[in-house]
Design a protein around this ligand. Structure first.
Ligand code: ATR
Length: 275
């Protein structure tokens, strides 16, 4: 019988019960018949440093980090990958055999993978992008787009000061929230990173008329899966990419590093995660 320890990972959040990650990683562990476990770990902000030290003590191979810990975890770990450093937020921890903890940000990679997987077919040379929102999710996405080589990234946010600050930091172009319809002109990509359109939130008001019909439209909201924005986009012929796709793709690098197998994102995974 093998004496190798069972690889353990989990998701640290507060609260964490809503997280889809245990189902996601659990599905992959089962599908590939790999030894290991992935657990929901509810950790309050006060307990975060102790919990991170505990991962080391318990010989965890890593963890995902979610709201509200993505920035607070940075002082608790040993190094950051370039994406995490640039974005200033960590969603994945990789712990080596000596207990050194690297913080990565795989949201940017997951976002780009969702846009280029299967029939999505977007590429960085397709043209300008309009990003709605300027919060944490928008930071990863604007960085991802600029880093992928998108020449012109426009940012429209209800609070203009936040759009201006994000645009300044990543060499993007701020747009007035009131001008968002017109800012779609010539775009190859529209991404909603706001909470508008999410179950229980107000609707996103946007007229897509100026958006070329060969542009891709992505909504990072995944509850509901088909937001009114995505339905409106599909009705006029645009390719629509839902937020679940980004969630599934951002999980790939963590799973590979922890459990030693590059997992597939496919319909079986989507069904398993949606329950
Ligand atoms: P996340 O980390 O998921 O990006 P966040 O940092 O709370 O979450 O950001 C939420 C985004 O949704 C922000 O861009 C926010 O706009 P403000 O910066 O003006 O707050 C946007 N948002 C939330 N409710 C909104 C509303 N009713 N109208 C327009 N934008 C809204």
């Amino acid at each position: 019988m093998s004496t190798a320890p069972l690889p353990l990972a989990g998701v640290i959040g507060w609260p964490v019960s809503h997280s889809l990650s245990p189902r996601l990683h659990g599905h992959w562990l089962g599908r590939y018949g790999l030894p290991g476990a992935y657990l929901p770990l509810a950790v309050s902000p006060d307990d975060l440093p102790t919990a991170i030290a505990g991962l080391r003590a318990l010989n965890f191979v890593g963890a995902n980090i979610t709201v509200p810990h993505k920035q607070a975890v940075i002082p608790c770990i040993d190094s950051l990958d370039p994406a995490a450093r640039a974005i200033g937020a960590v969603n994945t921890l990789i712990i080596d055999e000596r207990g050194a903890i690297e913080g990565r940000n795989t949201d940017a990679q997951g976002f780009l993978a969702a846009l280029t997987a299967g029939s999505a077919g977007w590429n960085a040379r397709s043209g300008p992008a309009l990003v709605l929102g300027a919060g944490g999710a928008a930071r990863s996405i604007v960085w991802a787009l600029k880093n992928a080589g998108v020449h012109e990234v426009r940012i429209a946010n209800r609070s203009a000061d936040k759009a201006a600050a994000l645009a300044e930091e990543f060499d993007a172009a701020p747009v007035d929230w009131a001008e968002r319809d017109a800012a779609l002109d010539g775009c190859a990509l529209l991404v909603n990173t706001t909470t508008l359109g999410m179950d229980g939130q107000a609707q996103l008001e946007i007229a897509l008329d100026a958006l070329p019909t060969d542009a891709t439209v992505m909504d990072i909201v995944y509850a509901p899966l088909e937001t009114p924005l995505l339905s409106a986009a599909r009705r006029r012929g645009n390719i629509a990419v839902d937020g679940l796709s980004m969630l599934l793709h951002q999980a790939v690098p963590g799973f590979s590093a922890w459990f030693g197998k590059e997992p597939q994102v496919d319909d079986a995974l989507r069904k398993a995660v949606l329950g």
